[in-house]
Design a protein around this ligand. Sequence first.
Ligand SMILES: [Ca+2]
Ligand SMILES: [Ca+2]
Ligand SMILES: [Ca+2]
Ligand SMILES: [Ca+2]
Length: 472
Amino acid sequence: MAFIQTPTGNGSGVLVQGGYVVTNAHVVWPFDQVRVVFPDGSEHPEAPVMNSDLMADLAVIGPLKTSAEPLTLADGEDLVIGGEVFLIGYPAEQEEFPQPAITRGIISRLRQWEPIEMTYIQTDATIAGGQSGGILVSEDGDVIGISGLSFGEAAFGLVASAADVEPRIEGLISGKDLSGLGDRMVPAGGGRTEHEFNLLNTGDASMYVINEPAGTKVDIEVESAADAVFTLLDTAGNLLAYVDDGFAGLEAGSVVTELDGPHFLVITQLTEEPAEGLVTGNRLLAPYDDADDGATITLGQTVAASMDYPGDVDTFLIDLAKGDTVEVDVDSMNFDPVLQIGAEGAAEDPLGFDDDSGKGIFGLNARVNYRAAQRGRYLISVTDAGSVDVGGSAGCGFFTHTHACPARANSRSRGRAAPPTICPGALDDHRPVRQLHRHHPDQPWRDGFGAVRQAGPTDRKQLRLPGRRGVL
Ligand SMILES: [Ca+2]
Ligand SMILES: [Ca+2]
Ligand SMILES: [Ca+2]
Ligand SMILES: [Ca+2]
């Protein structure tokens, strides 16, 4: 086992052959170096994060020169349901050289996440904050899983099966891009204090990273010919600033950072016409583009994307003919997706919106079934229902899939079919909304938008997804 510490939190890892430490991607995100401590007290203050798999939530650190004993991963998928297991990790430690803690439970069942054919061992052993990246051990002492996810109210944990983790670790060590998402590293420095930006329409955004430590005073001024709003969030999803004081003209805000950087500055336009603007800061602003936004998706296609920073909204375009009925699914093991579809070019409310109809392992997947009232280009937007102020789901992958439904599915609907409906055959029970607990180290769990209201003059409506985004 290893204790892993980043500038903003901590977690657990497991040492495998070759001097590599395996942990969850969200434990190390967004850093390229972390502190690793083994139980004998030996310490690697600047251990390199060599590769990540944002879909399976895995990361590999190293190689490290260490005398600590590597562990061997074993296939526990044939173990009997009800068998006893132990979860070992470092729960929410504040100490400099902590010792691992152990909890006990049983194997409740096996779950499968189909998109990447990953098996998860469901257990009632408690995964506490900081135990992400810890190990699940069988009665025989075999390491059968890497922990990561727990399901709040239902009080169960999902632990990635070591049998499926092992080949992915090998792939990561050999440098493979397993999630297919390319390099998603957040810029660790650089930038200028002033940038011109050009935003095309409602929802179009310009993003920058500010790499400053906790306790830094950050002043931001945004000058735009259109109505602009800017937000500043830290790695834990804390909303430090939400500034929308005026219509066109100057928006200015000043905050003191609470955590070490990076911080994410997002300038979003709220009006339809293209407009130029200027952002000025008293600190360096490093431009940060999101590779996901603006991709065109066709019927039957599946697109892999990632929540790249807290509050990220990913937008995809789809061309539909009049009467086309499309079902859009968003599937993730890593966060609670919400989905909306709207006509590109319309500043009005979305035509379809959903949070959890797509169900999935946590019951949190989003699904919208939409029949196009007219031929046109439509905008699909995906974000995290709990992205702001609840632990900052970021650096985590998801899939968006579209397919055509039989036209009769919505034969009764005319014009603007607002409420999402379900394709025939897909109708199932609808589960209540529940909170997916992704253990961002040491961050207390808070309820969605209540805390945001305290942080700024904002409400859920103001945090709406963009109505559209132009094609670049
Ligand atoms: Ca404004
Ligand atoms: Ca993204
Ligand atoms: Ca985005
Ligand atoms: Ca959801």
